[in-house]
Design a protein around this ligand. Structure first.
Ligand code: SIN
Length: 177
């Protein structure tokens, strides 16, 4: 890909930005980033939970050698106004190299919720995270639907993510009672 694109021309989504693209884009394609792993460690007060009973949504943690699959969107810069509002509960933008299966790569932007943001929940046993997701609900819908939609989107891209698929199985088992 040509070198004259800026990090603001590409957005890399790894959570709801994979399965809910409520913004205009010029191009959309599966992509991946290196050195990051997806975790349900961020609290959600505004989408999949409430201030009193936050849900759990994904952020990224540094894991050397890890690969995190997601979706890259080529966007106009005006789209960030909408995205900043949507991701306002603890996320900030960082630049990162985004790789495509073709071997090409671009510099893109992603939203990350670091451990110093007030909504960060951090690590917990997967059984606890699953139980939390199973009960949470917020203005954007049930937390379990966020998990399900993410797992389905990853499967459609043939992307593996043991953390997401383990949580999906635990929540489904819980629903079967
Ligand atoms: C993302 O999807 O890239 C950020 C996290 C989220 O909105 O679920």
């Amino acid at each position: 890909m040509t070198g004259d694109t800026s990090a603001q021309d590409w957005l890399f989504g790894y959570g709801s930005l994979i399965f809910r693209a409520d913004f205009p884009y010029l191009e959309r394609k599966p992509a991946w980033i290196r050195g990051w792993a997806r975790r349900f460690w961020q609290g959600s007060h505004d989408h999949r939970g409430t201030a009193d009973a936050p849900g759990r949504v994904v952020t990224l943690i540094r894991v050397p050698g890890a690969v995190c699959a997601g979706m890259a969107y080529r966007i106009g810069r005006d789209v960030f106004k909408h995205l900043d509002e949507r991701e306002k509960n603890g996320y900030r933008r960082i630049p990162e190299r985004v790789h495509f299966d073709s071997g090409a790569s671009v510099f893109g932007t992603l939203y990350i919720a670091s451990k110093n943001n007030p909504a960060f929940l951090g690590s917990a046993p997967e059984s606890e995270i699953a139980a939390h997701i199973a009960r949470a609900v917020g203005p954007s819908g049930r937390n379990r639907d966020y998990l399900k939609n993410l797992a389905e989107a990853l499967r459609r891209m043939n992307a593996d993510d043991p953390h997401v698929f383990a949580l999906e199985a635990l929540v489904e088992r819980d629903a079967e009672g």
